[in-house]
Design a protein around this ligand. Sequence first.
Ligand code: SAM
Length: 176
Amino acid sequence: MNLWFATLLEAALIIFLIFMLVYAVYSLFATISFAPYVHSGKKKILTMLDLANVEEGMTILDLGSGNGDLCILAATRGANAVGLEINPLLVWLSNFKSKRKDLTDKATFVRADLWHYRFPDMTQVVFVYGMPEKMRPLWTKLKNELRPGTRIISHAFSFPEVSPEKEVGNVRMYRL
Ligand SMILES: C[S@@+](CC[C@H](N)C(=O)[O-])C[C@H]1O[C@@H](n2cnc3c(N)ncnc32)[C@H](O)[C@@H]1O
């Protein structure tokens, strides 16, 4: 192996390790802050959108938007979808997918920590797939910032001491 090839290989390895380290730190932070990245799966996302009755012109917010699939599918139904996501790689990927599908005017992704982001007042439906211990503080934040009547769709975990209005499997719909 000649010297320049060995140097190139070493540089590639260092870049890969830095990338993995940054990813690990972000994943750890996301896990502690709200939830690690776990995809809901297309079937479950469709259940969530159906339960919320997502349609043309509706304004929706996905808290922890992951790879962007929920917002992109909502945008294909005509909704104005915003995804908040802490991981910059997932934000980049989501914006890339939105651009490729020509949906940039309907599905946008913001790199933000949801705990330090003021939820837009005009939001009609919020989607959540977060860790169980974060549900109580999240309910308080949603109540403080959004209008009464706003629908909250939660995958997998319930809000303590709040009764869902509808339920399909482990997807629940609440109303503020
Ligand atoms: C369980 S995944 C849900 C992904 C997507 N909504 C879905 O249902 O497929 C939770 C997402 O929340 C993100 N996340 C974790 N903490 C966050 C925070 N403080 N602010 C914004 N996003 C956060 C994670 O990076 C992850 O992508």
